[in-house]
Design a protein around this ligand. Structure first.
Ligand SMILES: [Zn+2]
Ligand SMILES: [Zn+2]
Length: 410
């Protein structure tokens, strides 16, 4: 009796449609549907029915399950997915109204509007598409806004892991926006908005975006080389993130062939495989030792004696590098230690020489050679006794190893 009095009190304050009334007691009768529960209560209390559109709480939204589901199905029509989860966004007033209704002693039995609607729509989408509901990391989340009825889609990105080679100089790894206009386009950049016409990122991403219908992308490299440095050997690992793809199955062999044919002699990709978001962190935090070949020009002549001294100094050598002046605009000015594992002079003739250098990830090779006005110590110019500058630099190999290994070596 006490219970029925409480219900009577709530209904006196708020007129609720059958769906909203029944939902208040759903946890008492989880198998029963809202309308049946409501009918029993109304009979008991002899209270008349409230029209859905006059419902204080949902203003009729509870009756629109089919309409909302149809709209969601329409949105999902051209999207390829295996799993989904319904998202619901309620307006602030809606939530406030529901909180008011639930501020009483009977609310312990209530199921929330959001959970109820998500479940009902989820069931319909499952039946009509055969795709399964997945709570963690679903392929797509249609988000329904109440009361507007608008739907937005959150589509899980696709991640493609691979390795790239760069065989031509003058190409940056990633899109590089014009410093003057920051991408808008100005005289300085010939209205392209970019410092360079293209990049490794753009060459790899273009066809991948076309094939998947992605609306944007992000390129994650395991480190980067300067635009004038070649990336050879086994290539540099990368993850291409394709945002909001409309297709999730793609033939990576076809993609690889497309890219490699189009950019023959410029950029090559290898070993493309579908991957996961975690791979980005993995390639970013892995230590990639690199083997470089540097063609160097000196202000003086290289001699047998200098060459021996260079090899003695820089084989297994710990160097200190302060952030180079050429990148200090973009990076914090700090001092850090880096290891040069191997140093070998391949050939020398008068003021020219070719070095083979194997160094830890993040070593600034150009500065190791020039000395960067004493910001790198020790440096090759100091040991030679004259200034040396890199003319050509190539990455011959990227060697992946675990973080722990790198630490024990140091
Ligand atoms: Zn209602
Ligand atoms: Zn510009």
């Amino acid at each position: 009796m006490k219970f029925l009095n409480s219900v009577r009190r709530v209904l006196k304050k708020f007129s609720l449609c059958d769906e909203c009334l029944g939902r208040l007691f759903k946890k008492l009768k989880p198998k029963s549907d809202n309308k049946k529960i409501a009918l029993a209560i109304r009979k008991n209390l002899e209270i008349e029915r409230t029209k859905p559109e006059e419902c204080y709480l949902c203003k009729g939204a509870s009756e629109k399950v089919d309409e909302f589901s149809d709209k969601i199905l329409e949105k999902l029509k051209d999207i390829e997915f295996d799993s989904f989860l319904i998202g619901l966004h309620l307006s602030k007033d809606f939530e406030e109204r529901e909180n008011k209704v639930l501020e009483n002693e009977i609310s312990q039995f209530a199921l929330k509007f959001k959970d109820d609607l998500k479940r009902k729509i989820g069931k319909i989408i499952f039946h009509k598409t055969g795709k399964k509901v997945k709570f963690e990391n679903p392929d797509v989340v249609p988000v329904l806004n109440i009361p507007s009825g608008k739907i937005s889609l959150q589509i899980k990105p696709l991640y493609i892991y691979g390795r790239y080679l760069k065989k031509k100089r003058g190409i940056p790894q990633t899109k590089w926006f014009c410093r003057a206009c920051r991408g808008k386009g100005c005289k300085e950049c010939n209205f392209t908005g970019k410092m360079f016409q293209t990049s490794v990122e753009e060459m790899i991403a273009f066809d991948a975006m076309q094939m998947t219908g992605a609306n944007d992308e992000a390129f994650h490299g395991a480190g980067r080389e300067d635009e004038d440095v070649l990336m050879l050997g086994n290539g540099r690992p990368f993850v291409l993130e394709l945002k909001s793809p409309r297709k999730r199955t793609l033939d990576l062999k076809v993609l690889q062939e497309k890219i490699n044919k189009k950019y023959k002699g410029i950029v090559e990709v290898r070993e493309l495989v579908l991957s996961e978001r975690a791979k980005i962190q993995e390639i970013k935090s892995a230590c990639h030792r690199k083997l470089y070949r540097a063609s160097v020009k000196g202000k003086g002549n290289f001699t047998e004696k200098i060459v021996r001294k260079l090899e003695k100094t820089f084989n297994n050598c710990l160097i200190t590098q302060q952030t180079p002046t050429r990148v200090s605009e973009r990076r914090a000015d700090i001092k850090r230690e880096r290891k040069v594992f191997k140093f070998q002079v391949l050939e020398f003739n008068e003021n020219r020489a070719t070095f083979l250098i194997e160094a830890q990830a993040g070593t600034y090779i150009k500065e190791l050679i020039s000395g960067d006005s004493g910001r790198t110590k020790p440096n090759i110019s100091d040991v030679c006794g004259f200034l040396c500058e890199v003319e050509k630099l190539d990455v011959l190999k990227v060697v992946e190893e675990k973080v722990a290994d790198e630490k024990t070596i140091l």
